[in-house]
Design a protein around this ligand. Sequence first.
Ligand SMILES: [Zn+2]
Ligand SMILES: [Zn+2]
Length: 100
Amino acid sequence: KCHSCVVDFSPFNRRHHCRNCGEIFCDKCSQGRIALTAEDNAPLVRVCDRCMAEVTQRLSIAKDVANRSATVQSHEDLARKLKVIYCFFPVIYSFKWLCT
Ligand SMILES: [Zn+2]
Ligand SMILES: [Zn+2]
């Protein structure tokens, strides 16, 4: 039986595994196709309706956090690199204030 709508499976009504929760669903209840990780090359897999919503939310949070920390890191990184460059090459006189 389908885990969601409790329909009986038959040769005409095939069963499918949700790749996220592992439960068995009919085709109708597992229409969602989504990548389970936030990686760019993650393959799309079949998930049930409930997991579709859950994974979508999880991924958007993960991407949000990744984006935010990536921006922060690269900004700090850039500032640090600039500081090192300008402090090591004081000839770049106009940027000397960065070393203070
Ligand atoms: Zn179903
Ligand atoms: Zn599921």
